[in-house]
Write a protein that binds this ligand. Structure first.
Ligand code: PMV
Length: 323
């Protein structure tokens, strides 16, 4: 039977996290750590999922049971994609779905969005249904909102389009930036970030102090718009400064952490042009913009501070069919 194999890149937020939830722009880069989804039709009316990367060796559910409660955490996105797809398409046949990570999903490279995009793309391909990139984005963003409740959709866009994107909430604008190379070091804190909780925490802060938080979002938007111009020009010194400024505002929002602060501080001391957390905060990753000559010393400093240096290339290709 026909098998479709699709791969999607992970992502790293460069500028504009949190404010992007509120109709503001951000800049996101796809990373070359890829996720794979393999799908094929089954005669039996059931879905079988194998997702070893999220600790799920074998999961079986009849089509009739789909959309019910008590779905294991690791495959909520998978089941939501299948349900949404079957609302419109499908021919009563079952599916076998396999997901593979090239790296551990704990690293905060956007595994949920990547799997959502990969599976949605693979299903449309398997059933030979034409769908435009924007329609696929809307399909996937709907899934993410259904499962997670909150989110701007920036991670969906990165998995879908790849490269370096200027992105506005919900895909109101998705613009590919021409960025040649991004001299960055990525450090993982060892702590898994809880994105929905942090997004809700910022929402609560905004409810209590609307003026202050709106001002912070406005400042971050200035930074994002400046970075949008400077990234294609490769103005690393200026971009480094913008990263530091963005980090100060994130700190003010209360989403940084002791570990992130420490890793950021030592990176700058070791010669980094600029550094900030990447993503929701509270853990996950930090990024440092750094000249080639200082790369080694920055990486070493991050490790001494307790972080793990991640080997990733930024600006990776978006979703693609592998066979
Ligand atoms: O934690 P991450 O890497 O998924 O990033 C979250 C970024 C936020 O702006 C806080 C939320 C969002 O969906 O844009």
């Amino acid at each position: 039977m026909k098998k479709i194999r699709v791969s999607t890149p992970g992502k790293l937020m460069l500028f504009g996290e949190h404010s992007v939830v509120y109709n503001k722009p951000c800049i996101v880069a796809a990373v070359d750590q890829r996720f794979e989804v393999i799908v094929e039709k089954l005669e039996k009316q059931e879905i079988i999922v194998e997702a070893p990367g999220v600790g799920l060796k074998f999961y079986r559910r009849s089509l009739k049971e789909l959309g019910g409660k008590r779905v294991p955490k690791g495959i909520r996105f998978v089941e939501a994609v299948v349900c949404q797809f079957f609302e419109k398409h499908g021919d009563g046949q079952g599916l076998r779905i396999e997901t593979r990570n090239h790296f551990d999903s704990k690293y905060g490279f956007g595994s949920s969005a990547a799997v959502t995009v990969g599976l949605a793309k693979a299903l449309h391909e398997l059933f030979e249904i034409k769908i435009s990139e924007k329609e696929l984005f809307d399909f996937c963003y709907k899934v993410v909102l259904k499962v997670q409740g909150v989110g701007s959709g920036f991670d969906v866009a990165a998995a879908l389009f790849g490269g370096v994107l200027y992105f506005v909430t919900g895909g109101k604008r998705i613009l590919k930036l021409k960025v040649n190379k991004l001299p960055m070091v990525v450090g993982y804190t060892g702590i898994k970030a809880d994105t929905p909780t942090l997004v809700r925490q910022v929402a609560e802060l905004k409810r209590q102090h609307p003026k202050k938080i709106n001002k912070i979002f406005k400042e971050i938007t200035f930074i994002v718009d400046k970075a949008k111009k400077l990234l294609p020009q490769g103005k690393w010194k200026e971009l480094g400064k913008l990263m530091n400024e963005n980090q100060e505002w994130l700190h003010e929002l209360g989403v940084s952490s002791v570990e992130l602060d420490k890793m950021i501080e030592v990176s700058i001391e070791a010669g980094g042009e600029g550094a900030k957390l990447s993503g929701a905060g509270g853990g996950d990753n930090m990024i440092v913009l750094v000249d080639k000559r200082e790369k080694e010393s920055v990486a070493k400093a991050i490790e001494v501070a307790g972080g793990e240096v991640m080997k990733v290339k930024l600006g990776a290709e978006g979703v693609r069919i592998e066979q």
